[in-house]
Design a protein around this ligand. Structure first.
Ligand code: ATP
Ligand code: MG
Length: 260
């Protein structure tokens, strides 16, 4: 067994300052090992986004981690000073946010937004950054990188915006990408293309992916391991084939029977 890239250990998050409020996630523990795609699934409100945001210490101010540990290469992320966490965020671990408003800035071109990530995290000259922006847009399958780099988000289709967000997320060569419902706004054909892209990125960039989704079809086609959340608690986890073919928990069985 290789040492996990990311380990969550008994992570609990609660609404801050509310006594005896039920926890939003409760004692969540799982690992992401190198080069694996781990899916985090569960119904709406089960705590998937809360888990993803906890990893990057990006929970909204009203929410707080009250116990547990998150280790990245064995290093406790909660214990890191803010400046170190900012280095890791976007560089080693990137995130594609579920909320599109959090993701792309409507006032900046796609090229400018990718360039910002490069300025923060990569030791490149301005010329190298310009080239890298085009290279990244090419990697994510944009037909006309030159034009797209100069476009604002509203000038792109949904699928292209999704690709632009992925380009931004891989810009600094992260080891882990957290993708929160990366295809839920796309039609089936585009979903399949994004899944192909994820597979390709894992191979070409040695990327591990924490895939947050309610789409079990996507889990089946893409993920290696699956973690099932129900009301903030993990009810089942294991290899995708085992969990989808012989689910042990009734909630997993319900999730599966509601789609397949
Ligand atoms: N800022 C907040 N303040 C209070 N409660 C919140 C806040 N954000 C989320 N919650 C609650 O936390 C719980 C988990 O929400 P979360 O967004 O993590 O679920 P999710 O699994 O990502 O759902 P979805 O599939 O709809 O995206 C929900 O009960 C939600 O109402
Ligand atoms: Mg969510």
């Amino acid at each position: 067994m290789s040492e996990p890239l990311l380990s969550l250990r008994d992570v609990t998050a609660e609404v801050d300052g509310v006594n005896e409020s039920p926890s939003l996630i409760h004692r969540v523990s799982f690992d992401v090992t190198a080069l694996k795609i781990v899916a985090l699934v569960g119904g709406s409100g089960s705590g998937k986004t809360t888990t993803g945001l906890s990893i990057l210490r990006l929970l909204p101010v009203a929410l707080r981690i009250t116990s547990g540990k998150i280790l990245f290469h064995g290093e406790d992320l909660f214990a890191l000073p803010g400046h170190r966490m900012r280095q890791i965020r976007g560089k080693d671990i990137s995130m594609i946010f579920q909320e599109p408003l959090n993701a792309l800035n409507p006032l900046l071109t796609i090229g400018q937004q990718i360039n910002e990530v490069l300025i923060c995290h990569m030791p490149l000259t301005a010329k190298q950054r310009r080239e890298r922006v085009l290279e990244l847009l090419n990697i994510v399958g944009m037909a006309e990188p030159q034009r797209v780099a100069q476009n604002y988000p509203h000038q792109l289709s949904g699928g292209m915006r999704q690709r632009a967000m992925i380009a931004q997320a891989i810009a600094a060569n992260p080891q882990l990408m957290i993708a929160d419902e990366p295809t839920s706004s796309l039609d089936v054909t585009l979903q399949a293309k994004i899944m192909d892209l994820f597979r390709e990125l894992r191979r070409s960039l040695n990327l591990s992916i924490l895939l947050i989704t309610h789409d079990l079809g996507m889990v089946r086609h893409l993920a290696d391991e699956v973690v099932v959340l129900q009301a903030g608690k993990i009810v089942e986890q294991g290899p995708v084939a085992r969990v989808l073919e012989s689910p042990r928990h009734q909630y997993t069985q319900q999730l599966i029977s509601s789609v397949f």
